[in-house]
Design a protein around this ligand. Sequence first.
Ligand code: FAD
Length: 375
Amino acid sequence: MQKKIAVIGGGIVGATASYYLARAGHSVSVFDSGNGQATAAAAGIICPWLSRRRNKKWYRLVSEGAAFYDQLLADLASDGFSTDAYARCGALILGQSADYIQEVHDRALERRELAPLIGSVAILKGHELEKAFPPLANTEQALRVAGGARVDGHELTKTLLQAVTHFGGTIHKETVSLAKDNDGTLSVMRLEGPQNFDAIILAAGAWLPQLLQPLGYTVDVRGQKGQLVVLQTDDRGSQNYPVIMPQGEIDLLPFGHGKTIVGASHENDKEYDLQPDASVTDPMLEQARTWLPHLKEAAIADIRIGTRAYTSDFSPFFGSVPGLQNCFAASGLGSSGLTSGPLIGYMLAELAQGRESSLPTEDYPVAAYVKSIGH
Ligand SMILES: Cc1cc2nc3c(=O)[nH]c(=O)nc-3n(C[C@H](O)[C@H](O)[C@H](O)COP(=O)(O)OP(=O)(O)OC[C@H]3O[C@@H](n4cnc5c(N)ncnc54)[C@H](O)[C@@H]3O)c2cc1C
């Protein structure tokens, strides 16, 4: 049966959920203010397998999330849409010592048994390293992980939302709120008045508290500012380079046509701030130029700023919102949301259609972070 479904938020979670719902024949309305969107700012690395984090549920989500890209891209391609936003270009891991590289190498081999997508893993030195990434300097060795990928969040959501429109859905660039009737019916409040739906998906990222607090909920989600710098070089070979993941905060992402992205910052104290701040981006650039000296000549083409969503224990959540009929939410994807986001969006679409999600919602419980006051 065709359902009328609202999706609030058009980042990676909302765009993927909307795509699968519209594709399945439902009538989908996406509401997205776009303000501060994390997905649009992110030029992301999809390479979750090497993390030292010990949270097994988180690891399962990001590992299966990375693998889910194959299904998403195949579905988009079969519907006639571009998959250029994603490239499995491989990743080069840089470390301060040979011991560190060896440790990551061993972890990659161990994890590959359950995550074959990791692909070939090799420590590169000398000529081999130079061949893998000609402009790389000040690095004696690096670990190459063939399954690493890069995705342009802005391009991917643009494509997904085009597909939503193709399947009859509508996209509304507006900020909406929620209201609950005395009988518990939830409606989406638009400028033109309230609108009712069979199901509502809250994919509002760091802004989930603003949606649910007026309904009497506390929401354990905070915003974190992330900045990255887009540089333009003359290096036309950059299309085929792997992404570079040095030890520490910043990563370097070569895209096509000489574009290289350096980032990102993780500014907890700046929360929802969207102003560029050179005191943060200049040191990132300086650090990037020690590995890629050719970036000294590069022009700054853009500074991208977005707001990541974090819970207090850094765990993402998704599923039904307690106390609200046919209302589903996800948030707290943190700095790995481009990796887990498409799978979470797909699972929200499954739940909204009355089906089970492939990962158990009790492992990522909404109720642990979204609490009705007085319960
Ligand atoms: C600089 C940066 C770099 C990153 N790099 C990586 C990376 O390398 N790898 C990786 O895996 N992840 C990365 N991430 C994390 C990833 O981008 C996020 O976790 C993910 O995109 C979050 O997706 P989302 O759909 O949950 O939220 P968002 O993308 O933030 O989307 C939420 C949307 O909801 C809208 N919204 C909210 N409230 C309302 C309302 N009331 N009405 C209408 N619209 C509303 C917002 O405007 C926004 O557009 C990065 C993030 C940043 C900021």
